[in-house]
Design a protein around this ligand. Structure first.
Ligand code: ZN
Length: 252
């Protein structure tokens, strides 16, 4: 822990903390790789927004928003560029990862959790955010504002041949809390992206898309209704959380 780390922590703490009273760890929260497993890669603009939005956010357990479950807080964030990475990114971007530095207090009740984090047992975390834009890779439509007929993860015939659809999340409006979760880790950091408010509806009502098409929707009320239902189903999918990993920076 550097003096600078402690200074940043003490900006958030009400009572000045010492290096001895604090335990810190780092989370690799997300990156701009196009191979995002949810077909919703972040642009570099989104990472830059999230870098600011995450500072001060709490780290909780199991996505349960109770004061008892608050275990740590993000006190710093950093964008790490890796031009040598083999991960595919947008042509005008460099592979970049957003890392979050978190602190927690060394208390009797935190002892076990700190030991579990140090031992690499507790290391899966889940992060979430709301994006400003979600651009379709097939037609360029911003699905944060309106809907196009394409589904992420599906293949479409375009004039440049077959292309898999993904939505690039460009910019971020909000970052949610970071949560420790008990789920299998993903090979690389994953993230959650919700670009529209999802209303609480009956989740059993699912709508299947008809034949994929590159044609924009027509102004047929029936079609629009069907499209809206598809969009709702799609957004429900997009609201799922996924995982990142804690990286220990002890002893650095
Ligand atoms: Zn589209």
């Amino acid at each position: 822990m550097t003096d600078e780390d402690l200074r940043k922590i003490n900006k958030l703490a009400l009572k000045p903390q010492t290096k001895e009273s604090i335990f810190i760890f780092k989370i690799k929260a997300c990156d701009n790789g196009l191979d995002d497993r949810n077909f919703e890669p972040f642009s570099i603009n989104a990472l830059k927004d999230l870098k600011k939005l995450y500072v001060g956010k709490t780290v909780i357990k199991d996505h349960a928003r109770k004061a008892d479950n608050q275990i740590a807080r993000v006190f710093d964030s950093e964008l790490i560029e890796d031009p040598t990475s083999k991960v595919a990114v947008a042509s005008d971007e460099t592979y970049t990862t957003l890392e979050l530095k978190c602190y927690m207090i060394r208390t009797k009740s935190n002892e076990d959790l700190i030991a579990e984090i140090e031992a690499g047992i507790k290391r899966e975390v889940s992060t979430g955010c709301k994006a400003k834009h979600a651009f379709c890779s097939i037609c360029g439509t911003d699905n944060a504002k309106t809907y196009c007929p394409h589904f992420w993860g599906r293949e479409y015939n375009t004039k440049d041949g077959k292309k898999t659809c993904y939505f690039t999340l460009d910019g971020a409006k909000e970052a949610y809390e970071v949560s420790l979760v008990a789920v299998p880790a993903q090979p690389r950091a994953g993230t959650t992206k919700s670009y529209k408010e999802v209303e609480d509806e009956d989740p059993t009502e699912k709508t299947e898309e008809t034949t994929p098409t590159d044609n924009p929707p027509e102004n047929d009320p029936e079609k629009e209704k069907a499209l809206e239902a598809v969009a709702n189903a799609r957004l429900r999918v997009a609201d799922a959380f996924s995982n990142a990993q804690i990286k220990l920076i002890l002893g650095e």
